[in-house]
Design a protein around this ligand. Structure first.
Ligand code: PMP
Length: 427
């Protein structure tokens, strides 16, 4: 596979952009090798500057659930662009998107649109703190909630401890407000809440973890968190930036039947353009300016192009049978990969909720960050490159989800399984 143009661009990019990329995982650091520079994408396919074609399971890290350049979305964006790209004034489109989101996710009684998941989480935490008049946040190891200061903290391994910053530049004074517990470990959470409930504003989690690879919630984990937060006047925040409109139209909260106080959305609701959203109980959301004193604003918030792309995407997702088909294709892919790994004697643990899935290179089980970390990441790196050489583009890290779109065909799935079988034999 020819990669000379990508290599040349990457060399130049590194002189201009830190690490040559505008978001770290794109640089292929954890799998080695050099990133491919993409020129265009259509349906399930990505095309790079050297003329290579890849079957894409990254899908811009989740938003492209209809596949790339879905005709209905592109024509809506084109039409909207002709009307101007930003006004800094309210639009009917924003009302339509908020209405659509609330119909799908009824716990989001009021919704504020922003421009990224990071921004949405940061703002949700602020309003949770204002509402509860407490500063503490409890999060889970391996869950990612964007790069705001308070959430770039994790505990040491084993028992949860007071948060220490995960990144230079995050003041220890900020991170100290963040407690961390192992995902799916309700006992530790109960213990932490018992000790700290007077300081804790909220518990925030990905109701289906996607940022340590896919880790589904244990049965009753979400229900137990719901009960615990209600008992102690803390807020429960679901970060559904990945799972929202991905596992079901109403997200993980519809799938598991648990209503959080606040929800974060992003990715799919922007149809591939920059969007984030946070929302929840009206009495909480009404604290936000200008109806209340909690300040939050944005020049491009509710951007007409992004909202248009989101609305066009949601419209397609409402069609009958979309999620059933995604489920069937994803199940077939997981089955095929599992069978091929078994045949080759490769210990693999697969996790999947609908069209988000991960194959961990460990005998498993994988239930939290500690068990996810047991994966053989070197082996994943080799597998990743063997797949890439065969034209299958997986996430350049073991600890990410693979996503399917409605543009992925049965033939795509078959091709992927065949490629995986070849790769497993070479491992
Ligand atoms: N929350 C979750 C669950 C995410 O997966 C991400 C991004 N992958 C974010 C928040 C941050 O979103 P953004 O990258 O749009 O800032």
């Amino acid at each position: 596979m020819k990669t000379t143009r990508s290599a040349k661009l990457f060399a130049e990019a590194q002189t201009l952009i830190p690490g040559g990329v505008n978001s770290p995982v794109r640089a292929f650091r954890s799998v080695g090798g050099q990133p491919r520079f993409i020129t265009r994408a259509k349906g399930s396919r990505l095309y790079d500057v050297d003329g290579n074609r890849y079957l894409d399971y990254v899908l811009s890290w989740g938003p492209m659930i209809l596949g790339h350049a879905a005709p209905a979305v592109i024509s809506a964006i084109k039409k909207a662009a002709g009307q101007g790209t930003s006004y800094g004034a309210p639009t009917e489109l924003e009302v339509a998107l908020a209405k659509e989101i609330r119909a799908a996710v009824p716990s989001m009684e009021k919704i504020r649109l922003v421009s990224s998941g990071t921004e949405a989480v940061m703002s949700a935490i602020r309003v949770a703190r204002a509402f509860t008049k407490r500063d503490g946040v409890l999060k889970f190891e391996g869950c990612y909630h964007g790069h705001s200061d308070y959430l770039l903290a994790k505990a040491g391994s084993g028992l949860a401890t007071l948060g220490i910053p995960d990144s230079p530049g995050v003041p220890a004074d900020f991170a100290k407000h963040t407690l961390t517990a192992p995902y799916n470990d309700i006992r530790t959470v109960q213990q932490l809440v018992k000790e700290h409930h007077r300081e804790l504003a909220c518990i925030i989690l990905e109701p289906i973890a996607g940022n340590m690879g896919v880790v589904p919630p244990a049965p009753d984990f979400l229900a137990a968190l719901r009960q615990l937060t209600a008992d102690h006047d803390m807020l429960l925040i679901f970060d559904e930036v990945i799972s929202g409109f991905r596992v079901r139209y109403g997200g993980a909260q519809a799938l598991y039947g648990i209503q959080p106080d606040l929800t974060i959305l992003g990715k799919i609701i922007g149809g591939g353009l920059p969007v984030g959203a946070y929302g929840g109980r009206a009495e909480i959301m009404d604290l936000i300016a200008p109806s209340g004193p909690v300040y939050q604003a944005g020049t491009l918030s509710g951007n007409p192009l992004a909202v248009t792309a989101g609305l066009a995407t949601l419209k397609q997702l409402r069609a009958r049978g979309v999620y059933k088909e995604l489920e069937e294709r994803s199940a077939a892919l997981a089955r095929g990969i599992g069978g091929a790994a078994k045949k080759a004697g490769i210990p693999l643990t697969q996790t999947r909720v609908g069209s988000m899935l991960t194959a961990f290179f460990t005998p498993g089980p994988v239930v939290d960050w500690d068990t996810a970390k047991r994966s053989d990441t070197k082996r994943y790196g080799t597998f990743f490159h063997l797949m890439l050489e065969q034209g299958v583009y997986l996430a350049p890290s073991q600890f990410e989800a693979a996503f399917l779109s409605t543009a992925h065909t049965s033939a795509d799935i078959d091709k992927t399984i065949k490629a995986a079988a070849t790769a497993f034999k070479k491992l």
